[in-house]
Structures are given as structure tokens and as C-alpha cells.
Design a protein around this ligand. Structure first.
Ligand SMILES: [Zn+2]
Length: 150
């Protein structure tokens, strides 16, 4: 993990956030037995667990919330998106994870994933007690469009 020298002078600032974010990815990787998570879940959880101060209590919408990222784009690696779309996808992933943890805990979701097989968005949605990923995405899209606080 590359760390700029100037980040070392402020251990409570961005360095702490980055360390929590990357550690979250490591924990998720361990919990999946090395299987890949859908990107929205992996990045959403990493952001959720590395929040800082008042960002933890309430999601902060951008001034113009725009269109919610498509369900296919949220599931694939964000490096395949351009920078603007990738930035939105990160934000939307966090929002989706904040929605599912209203229903059930992350530990409960992770405990419910199958021991083997590919961890698709469908598998994750069902572990989060939604009937399908399409409906999870549709519900999240609705909440986002309505700017509902999470
Ligand atoms: Zn990440």
C-alpha cells in the first residue's frame, strides 16, 4: 500500500481512513475465503467501515445527486469506468451498503453467504434479505432519487 511521506505527519487524517479502508478489504477477502465480492459490496463496505466523524452518522449527498449507477456497472471493477463514473460508483456503493445495513448487520450478511461458489450481486442481495439484486438496485435507485437520508 503506497503511502506518501506527508501523510505520516497526520495519523488521524487521511492515513487513518485509508488504513481502515484497506484493512476492511483484507477482512472481507478473508471472510470470503479469497473469493471476489461484487465491487459495490467490497467498496461500499470498505467506505462504510472507514467513515470519519459525522460522515458515519449520515450520508452526505452531492449537490446534484444525478443518475444512479447502473446495476451492471456497480458489479464490475470500477477501474473499467472513467474517473467521473468511477467516483459516482464509489458513492453509490456506499449508499447501497448503508441501505442494506438498515435491515441486517454486515456480520449477518457475510454469515449467510454460501461457503463455495461465485459471490455474485444476486448472492449478496439474497444474503442481505432482498429477494433479488434487481430489486435491491431498484430500491436503492428510488431512495437515491428521492434523496432519502441513510
Ligand atoms: Zn477500496
Amino acid at each position: 500500500m503506497p503511502i506518501a511521506r506527508e501523510m505520516l505527519s497526520n495519523v488521524q487524517g487521511s492515513l487513518a481512513t485509508i488504513l481502515r479502508h484497506e484493512l476492511s478489504h483484507a477482512v472481507l477477502s478473508f471472510r470470503s475465503g479469497g473469493r471476489s465480492w461484487p465491487t459495490w459490496f467490497d467498496e461500499g463496505v470498505a467506505q462504510y467501515l472507514s467513515c470519519r466523524k459525522r460522515d458515519c452518522d449520515q450520508f452526505r449527498f452531492p449537490p446534484n445527486n444525478g443518475v444512479f449507477t447502473g446495476k451492471e456497472d456497480l458489479s464490475k471493477p470500477f477501474v473499467t469506468l472513467n474517473n467521473v463514473d468511477a467516483g459516482r460508483a464509489y458513492l453509490h456503493s456506499l449508499y447501497m451498503v448503508r441501505l442494506i445495513v438498515r435491515q441486517t448487520s454486515l456480520d449477518d450478511i457475510i454469515a449467510r453467504i454460501p461457503a463455495t461458489g461465485t459471490l455474485t450481486s444476486e448472492v449478496l442481495a439474497e444474503a442481505a434479505r432482498w429477494d433479488s439484486y434487481v430489486n435491491l438496485w431498484r430500491d436503492t435507485n428510488y431512495w437515491w432519487t428521492e434523496k432519502k437520508e441513510l
